[in-house]
Design a protein around this ligand. Sequence first.
Ligand SMILES: [Zn+2]
Length: 416
Amino acid sequence: MCDNCPSENPTRRSLLKWGAAASVMSAVCAASAAGVPFVGTANAVDLSISTKRGVAYYVAQSGDTLKTIATRFLGNIDRWKELLALNPDLHGQDPRPGKKVRLPESPAGPNTRTFAPIPAGSKPQPFGPEGYRLTRFGDRAYGLQVGPAQSAFVVTDTGVVVLDAPAGHAASLPKAIASVTDKPVTHFVYSHSHSDHVGAANLFPNAIRVGHAETASILAAAKDPARPVPTVTFTDSHVIDAGGQKIVLSYPGPNHESGNIIIHVPQQRFAMLIDVAIPGWAPFRSFGSADSVPGVLRAHNELMKLDIDHFVGGHMHRYGTRKDIAESREFVFDMWTETQKAIAATPIAPFFGQVEAGNTWAAVELWYDAIAVKAEDPILRKWTGRLGGVDVWLRDNLKTMAVSARVDQPKDLPSG
Ligand SMILES: [Zn+2]
């Protein structure tokens, strides 16, 4: 009998619902099934969960606090207050090593959130033994997928133009290039400054580094040796004309980040704009961490003007086509329209009556909450199952949009 196996121990079964503990449990179960004593190091502390008449306890280890225990077992640091309430004998203090800390019977809270299934076209695809996937666009451009991050390069008659180099691509990118050409890297293009896309820019010290002037300014301030400042900058557009290939760089205005550019290789019918339209997926939180919400919408409009077959969005599991850009555009404009409608239908005044006098922040936050709740319903009904992760950050993204709608007031976008 494996006391840790969910099939044999009902308390373990309930613990398995606690995502943070699940992987540890399966390691314990596997060791036990093999007749091998489970000797862990960092994870061994999790073995200290014990049950008594259906109540779960954790034996505190050196360095544990209520917040670290809440993070590990309840999936949310804020739930340390529940532990405090369940363990009055702690008298408000963090547990000493060896102290048994009672855990909640039923882990209601953020860690029990469930999410809509990922649509078939948005799921990860297997990698080969090399651990990356190289995809050719046209006859000279390539997309490189490593984990959920993407970069690209173009092979010209005289060398290679590399488009982004995430830190996680540092080992794979040179190998992938070498697998198709022995030509040197002549140019490195920064899509924007963010480290998760150009954190290995220093792989190519001899290349001409090209980026938008805003990107150069941001990188100059960052002083990161892994992201050297571009040596060639521009403000509106720039064409790299190298070895018979034209790589057209254009700036659609501030969007995901100021300086984030559209990279278009017309001969290969290929384009790239990072962190704006993610093929098959809804935006990341805070509306893709947008510097300019209206700018992200406008950038979608600019992308739709390109006659292309291949699109790199920078993240998740696949590349896209114009259809994916159109779908992303429809999604973000739906969000914008529903946000505007919800703002118009939600007077702010009543929320001031729900909070302490003078706490304007709290009233406005309740108002934004109400707007997001109102706006999300039609979005969820229309889009769940069409894009991945629609439900993950929708409310957060709608609140980001609502703030933008109030302060940016763009007159070139639909008003709802
Ligand atoms: Zn970014």
